[in-house]
Design a protein around this ligand. Structure first.
Ligand code: ZN
Length: 434
């Protein structure tokens, strides 16, 4: 179902005209209200009067994650705080978190965008939607929640803090038809189903919208098979808006970008040059309606490509390929899969360790083994404190088993042996299985 026929089926000509008008307005607002952009445009001798076509976008400088980190907390906001009605942030696991603010209009647009994604996946007012994303500073939970309510679905904010066992109970008893979570979390739920010997056909579940981490077609196959659902991909990032930037329709062949709110480009990550449709490169977004936190040519670090040609679903918004690459890569192990960043997240939550780790994978006699080496925090008095270390090891392994359903070997190594103060960091994943 197409939620916003008026926008999602606009003619290309009308859409380009709308984009250029909105672009001119956002550039002027960013220049006037964000000192970072005033300085950046002045430095690059950008005359905003000359930006009269979409082609001229490529003459504008990029905004990087580093720029946003330096602006912590509020320097990139384009309106006074009194006009901000919601604040979210990135996790900041790899540096200073990025704080984003939404005005009332921004929230309205965000709601509309996630509602479109849900409708495109086939969710309607007849559905019972279980949202197992965190309801925190992270944008996933709230972003989809408001869109699902707009559609008129019955929304269950089960959040990711509910245990997988409890999620399954809710799913069965509340007759959930649509699940929203990260793809890896969906796999955890599938594992619990298997454990409890609950056949997926006894549930009402029919569709899942998954995102917030890159996932493969193989993983989609697994989720669809284990949960007996159609698994739909969506893409978004906190800096740009959160979920709702792009999402698949039921064709499952590329993610439609909400082009009335964003201009998408794919660039060569080395040269910064714009690549033609079909070629793989780094996704770059310009927000053209954001009031609180406008971004001009933001480099996402995510690898994709623009798909040419119309989609059979009738939407005219362009499509991007499933995001396949990030600095992180998915690890398949013992029938499950996870991202190294998930190990990192666990370590960050447990005192006494550092987020510096290395995953070693080997295959002996057809059996895969995994060892995780973790740098001990320098706050732990001595690596010889056997009892403390044993307790720490058990805590970490329990969390890993609980979150990822794997049982690796865990070895502690001296502080700074993986991430030395000088010289290169050891590779995060060493896979000797191939
Ligand atoms: Zn489509």
């Amino acid at each position: 179902m197409i939620l916003d026929e008026r926008w999602e089926r606009m003619s290309t000509e009308e859409l380009r005209q709308l984009q250029i008008e909105r672009l001119q307005s956002i550039l002027n607002r960013a220049y006037r209200n964000v000192s970072f952009y005033k300085q950046l445009f002045d430095e690059h001798c950008i005359n905003l009067e000359t930006i009269k076509s979409l082609d001229a976008v490529k003459t504008l400088p990029f905004t990087t994650k580093e720029d946003l980190r330096k602006s912590y907390p509020y320097d990139m906001f384009a309106v006074p705080l009194r006009d901000i009605v919601r604040i979210h942030s990135t996790t900041g696991t790899t540096g200073q978190p990025i704080i984003v603010g939404y005005t009332r209009n921004d929230l309205r647009h965000w709601t509309q965008c996630t509602a479109r994604m849900l409708a495109a996946a086939g969710v309607s007012e007849h559905d019972v939607v279980q949202i197992a994303y965190p309801y925190t500073l992270f944008t996933g939970g709230f972003g989809f929640h408001q869109g699902a309510e707009l559609i008129g679905a019955s929304v269950i904010p089960s959040s990711s803090t509910t245990s997988p066992e409890k999620q399954i109970d809710i799913m069965r008893d509340f007759k959930t038809t649509a699940l929203l979570s990260t793809p890896s979390y969906a796999l955890n739920l599938a594992a619990v189903l298997e454990e409890k010997k609950i056949h997926p056909e006894t549930l009402q579940l029919k569709v899942g919208l998954f995102g917030a981490e890159p996932w493969t077609e193989a993983l989609r196959g697994q989720i669809e098979e284990k949960l007996h659902i159609s698994a739909i991909d969506n893409y978004g990032l906190t800096e740009i808006m959160g979920p709702g930037v792009a999402g698949e329709c039921t064709e499952k062949n590329g993610l439609h970008v909400n082009e009335d709110h964003f201009i998408v480009e794919v660039i060569d990550p080395e040269t910064g040059g714009v690549l033609p449709p079909g070629e793989k490169g780094e996704l770059v977004f310009t927000t053209i309606t954001k009031e609180g936190f406008p971004l001009i040519r933001y480099r996402t670090g995510d690898i994709s490509a623009i798909i040419e040609g119309p989609c059979p679903c009738g939407r005219t918004f362009c499509r991007i390929r499933k995001v396949t690459g990030r600095s992180d890569t998915l690890i398949f192990f013992e029938g499950t899969s996870f991202f190294p960043s998930q190990i990192e997240r666990i370590l960050l939550e447990i005192e006494g360790t550092s987020p510096h780790y290395q995953i070693l994978l080997e295959r002996r006699l057809n059996i895969d083994t995994m060892e995780i080496r973790v740098e001990i925090s320098s706050e732990i008095p001595s690596i010889d404190e056997m009892k403390t270390l044993e307790q720490l090891r058990n805590r970490i392994l329990k969390r890993i088993k609980y979150d990822l359903n794997i049982e690796p070997k865990l070895t502690f190594v001296e502080p700074k042996s993986i991430n030395p103060e000088t010289g290169a960091r050891a590779p995060r994943v060493v896979d000797h299985r191939k």
